[in-house]
Design a protein around this ligand. Structure first.
Ligand code: UD1
Ligand code: MG
Length: 483
């Protein structure tokens, strides 16, 4: 049992995020298939925080609705009022927690998606082992930009943090910056917050002022420089969103590779955080694995595949295809150029081939839909074969209807199966049939105009052409009619 759990994690997410230039609140923009805020909520949950509070204000209803929808990482919502600043935000967060809360309160940000649960855990351990009032995660940057500067005393202790806008020339030279992520002792935090004033360049209540107040109270303050700079990097604009999205993806791919998955080209492979991939699966270039996609062992996916919420069975191959909410059985084969829409279930060793679109279609074990087919609202029995160019006509302009094809049946090429219609087990449909009636076991259904050959037509109607000459030559070589 971890005896260094944070008592609470307060996630600050009240800011406006104007640089995103978006109607979507910044913290709801996704990377890796999860909103930025979702990453922060997961990290809090992963660190085993007793309580999680998200402080919100901008786009309140949308952000609150998202928080409520994340049932696997429950968090309380705290509304920030008109008073501005990170200290006020934390004060509002603290108000949502029990007034006598003790222990460590970690403060993180809703727009900092790469901070891990492990780092929150280590921060809590360091903070508690040092008996500190405040432990602040810092970064040492080549270009410290407009971040708050960490001012250390001659003894190396953190004395205070000064915001760029309030800093002297000398302070602006400091390259150790405040990441904005901290652990606080709950009692020290509660004692300091009401004493913070907005008397600074921005007229805001700065959370960083807690440091000086804690030191006045004789409590130690610790600065912990984190070398993994990406973990504390925030998103302010869409360029940073893309950059952090790429770093997250690199980390996701790396974790899968360490766990035994072959990823031939991680730089062109995009994997959402909730995707699962078994060891010995292979992912080929230009592939996107989205949502709750699951890939079983020995499957080969790619190149150029997009799978959304799709299951791929052991040893299956999926090439140059797109699938949404589909299930692909063990040893099955999909692609190239296949489009599997929701409700597609391909059985073990089944096949969906080139230029085939399926929707709400159950294709049982060993059945094949190899070429140029639309297959909607269908059940295709075990071992059946659907000929090239078959169309399942499932929609009459008003309603959808279903087609069944029995096991080991065979549908000839270029047929139209006009639903509702049923083909029994062990039946045939002749090529080019427009099928409107059911077919019984062992029957063949043929529905097309009967063939008629008109002798001498080319000689009469195309006289003098190369075709007429070819016909004449071929006729001359025919064996004489037997006597
Ligand atoms: C803050 C720090 C700065 C640090 C930087 C790291 C203060 C005073 N300064 O600066 O030292 O280097 O973060 O990124 O804390 N927020 C609220 N309510 C508010 C204001 C902010 O919830 O009233 C949230 C924002 O949504 C954001 C976070 O707090 O997630 C930080 O706010 P931001 O305005 O970006 O802080 P900075 O001024 O950049
Ligand atoms: Mg600010």
């Amino acid at each position: 049992m971890n005896d260094h759990r944070p008592a609470a994690v307060i996630i600050l997410a009240a800011g406006e995020g104007t640089r995103m230039k978006s109607k979507t609140p910044k913290v709801l923009h996704p990377i890796g298939g999860l909103p930025l805020l979702g990453h922060a909520m997961r990290a809090a949950k992963g660190a085993d925080a007793r309580e999680t509070v998200v402080v919100i204000r901008h786009a309140r209803e949308q952000v609150a609705a998202y928080i409520t929808s994340v049932t696997d990482c429950p968090a309380q919502i705290a509304d920030q009022d008109d008073i501005k600043g990170t200290a006020r935000a934390v004060e509002c967060g603290l108000d949502a927690l029990p007034a006598d809360l003790t222990g460590t309160v970690v403060v993180t940000m809703g727009d900092v998606p790469l901070l891990t649960a492990e780092t929150i855990g280590q921060l809590t351990v360091r903070h508690e082992e040092a008996g500190a009032a405040v432990t602040v995660i810092t970064s040492i940057l080549p270009d410290a930009k407009q971040y708050g500067r960490v001012v250390r005393g001659d003894d190396g202790e953190v004395e205070r943090i000064v915001e760029f806008k309030d800093a002297s020339e000398a302070e602006r030279e400091i390259r150790e910056i405040n990441s904005g992520i901290y652990a606080f002792d709950a009692e020290a935090l509660r004692a300091a917050l009401p004493r913070i004033t907005p008397h600074n360049a921005q007229g805001e209540k700065y959370l960083t002022d807690v440091i000086e107040l804690a030191r006045e109270d004789g409590r130690p303050v610790v600065g912990w420089p984190l070398t993994d700079l990406w973990q504390t990097e925030g998103v302010n604009d869409r360029s940073q969103l893309a950059q952090l999205g790429r770093i997250l993806n690199e980390r996701t791919c790396h974790a899968h590779m360490v766990a035994g998955v072959t990823i031939v080209d991680p730089s062109s492979t995009w994997i959402d955080v909730d995707v699962t991939i078994a060891p010995d699966a292979t992912i080929l270039p230009n592939t996107q694995l989205i949502g709750a996609t699951e890939i079983a062992e020995d499957a080969v996916v790619g190149p150029e595949v997009t799978l959304v919420d799709t299951e791929v069975g052991a040893g299956a191959t999926v090439r140059r295809a797109e699938a949404h909410l589909a299930v692909i059985g063990a040893g099955a084969s999909v692609g190239p150029y296949s489009y599997l829409r929701p409700g597609t279930e391909l059985g073990a060793r089944g096949k969906i081939g080139g230029f085939v679109e399926t929707k709400n279609a159950v294709i049982r074990a060993g059945a094949k839909v190899p070429h140029l087919t639309y297959c909607g609202d269908a059940v295709i029995g075990e071992g059946a074969n659907i000929g090239a160019g078959t169309i399942f006509a499932n929609y009459d302009g008003v309603a959808k209807a279903k087609t069944t094809v029995g096991k080991h049946s065979f549908v000839g090429s270029n047929s139209v199966l006009v639903a509702p219609v049923a083909i029994a087990d062990g039946a045939y449909v002749g090529a080019g049939t427009a099928l409107t009636e059911d077919v019984g076991p062992g029957q063949i259904a043929v529905a097309r105009a009967k063939q008629r050959n008109v002798s001498g037509w080319v000689a009469r109607r195309r006289a003098g052409t190369a075709t007429a000459q070819a016909a004449a030559d071929a006729e001359a070589e025919l064996p004489p009619p037997s006597a």
